[in-house]
Design a protein around this ligand. Structure first.
Ligand code: SAM
Length: 472
């Protein structure tokens, strides 16, 4: 029944295979010989399958866990250097007809304020985001074919790309909207989206059906097969994720990796990103009502193992997590973080009065983008506002093969430095600017090719003179 290249949800995310995998992991969690073999394989940096990964997740030997962390850090460094890509979510509408029991946008929540941005309001939100320095957005919307039809989403994306305020621009719009049809995915592709992101929430079908009691999202197979339709529609950068806390994390972890293996087997390209959200308090949602919450240590282990198991897949962490947790997992493999996020509709322009709350969940990291950028640099990371890959056609398998060849360092490193320079020139505080200028000088030396380094230096000077948007 289990078949990674099948296009049927229950065959590529096969319950029996997950149960067998977990039993195999339990049986081998103290098998140090096998664990060493798996770690040796992981050192080849070609990833691990869901069975091998599940053994590592089950292992509670402190020394071995430390080895996993070391390896995750090493792989992170080798593939991503110390670059961290920055983004912000933009909530378009919280109208929703689903019944997701963990999300305050569920239709039976009658007291949350329902809002949908007009194109004028979007303009204001985007200008506020540009004025902070953001270049990359993740659009968020509830599922409601009447209030948020695809035409509305497409219009919003066009509006966002059209706004050029001072030196600002949103250069990559990723989209996190409900599962849809091949035809609508094709429309999203045509309008120029970056990644299509859809969280599975849980891979456990029975739990999924309980957690999504009604509405279009209640169809497990339709939701689980969404990425296949997105790829059929021409979107080859897709972002996976589960909402940790809904089901047993070991089940979810195996499912997540099986999903990645499926995309590789069926379409020849794995997921572009994996997100690792945990349930948060929200309007009428109490996270303690869910039995499967994971502690920070387990969360860190999951992040480290994702880095080891899918080295070419970016990993995203949002402001659901605190500064301390973010700091820990950044080292273990996270490659993208959001900064200064608002999870309310229209939240970048105006603070909402208490009685008009439209937030999706509470954010833990409430710092400004400048504070986040400065903090990253103080830890030796390079905040990158780069959006070059998809604009240069480096998506899907083209991105993956460049990544595998190691050549990506000659694009990503200079692009990170040039976009950071733009940020420093246009938006940074004096303190941040000082740290950033020194960081850029030091990091120029880490561009492997001399020729690329020279061009990068020239471009940095042109940015000083006011020219923008250089990229490799
Ligand atoms: N409506 C779309 C969908 O159903 O996929 C868009 C996604 S929704 C705006 C973004 C994500 O937020 C959801 O996929 C879910 O994983 C997450 N989310 C929902 N409620 C949450 C909560 N209480 N805490 C943390 N994350 C939550």
């Amino acid at each position: 029944m289990y078949n990674p290249s099948s296009l049927k949800a229950e065959e590529f995310i096969n319950h029996e295979e997950i149960i067998d995998t977990l039993a195999y992991a339990d049986a081998n969690k103290d098998n140090l010989e096998l664990i060493d073999q798996i770690l040796e394989k992981a050192k080849e940096r070609k990833g691990l399958n869901h069975r091998e990964a599940s053994v590592l997740l089950a292992c509670d030997n402190k020394e071995k866990i430390e080895e996993m962390y070391q390896l995750a850090q090493q792989i992170k460094q080798d593939f991503y250097g110390n670059r961290i890509v920055m983004f912000a979510p933009l909530y378009l509408s919280n109208y929703c007809i689903n019944g997701c029991v963990y999300c305050p946008y569920h239709i039976s929540n009658k007291h949350i304020a329902r809002k949908k941005l007009t194109q004028e309001e979007i303009k204001r939100e985007v200008i506020a985001l540009q004025d902070m320095g953001h270049k990359r957005l993740a659009l968020e919307a509830g599922e409601d074919p009447k209030n948020n039809p695809i035409e509305y989403i497409l219009e919003c994306i066009k509006t966002i790309y059209s706004i050029k305020h001072k030196n600002g621009a949103i250069r990559r719009v990723n989209v996190n909207i409900a599962a849809t049809t091949v035809e609508e995915y094709r429309m999203l592709k045509e309008v120029g989206i970056g990644t299509y992101i859809l969280f599975q929430e849980t891979y456990h079908k029975e739990s999924y059906e309980k957690l999504h009691p009604y509405g279009p999202k209640s169809n497990y197979a339709y939701h689980t097969e969404a990425m296949d339709r997105a790829m059929e529609g021409g979107i080859d950068d897709v972002g996976l994720g589960v909402l940790f806390g809904l089901e047993m994390y070991r089940y979810e972890f195996a499912g997540l990796l099986m999903h990645a293996e499926h995309l590789e087997a069926a379409h020849g390209v794995g997921p572009h990103t994996i997100s690792v959200p945990r349930i948060k308090r929200a309007d009428d949602i109490d996270p303690t009502a869910f039995d499967n919450g994971i502690d920070d240590e387990t969360f860190a282990k999951i992040c480290a193992l994702i880095r080891i198991c899918v080295p070419y897949t970016g990993m995203i962490i949002s402001t659901r997590e605190s500064q301390a947790v973010r700091e820990k997992v950044l080292k273990l493999g996270v490659s993208q973080i959001s900064g200064a996020s608002r999870t309310s509709v229209g939240g970048y322009c105006e603070e909402e009065p208490e009685e008009e709350n439209s937030e999706q969940f509470d954010v833990s990291d409430k710092r400004t983008l400048d504070e986040v950028v400065k903090w990253l640099m103080e830890m030796g990371c390079i905040p990158s506002f780069c959006t070059a890959c998809y604009r240069e056609g480096r998506t899907g398998d083209r991105f993956m093969s460049l990544c595998k060849s190691g050549q990506i360092q000659n694009c990503c490193q200079p692009n990170a430095l040039m976009t950071l320079k733009e940020y420093l020139m246009d938006y940074a505080s004096e303190d941040t600017k000082k740290i950033g200028e020194a960081l850029i000088q030091a990091e120029l030396e880490n561009i492997p090719k001399e020729k690329v380094k020279e061009i990068c230096k020239e471009n940095l000077e042109k940015i000083e003179q006011g020219i923008r948007d250089f990229r490799f």
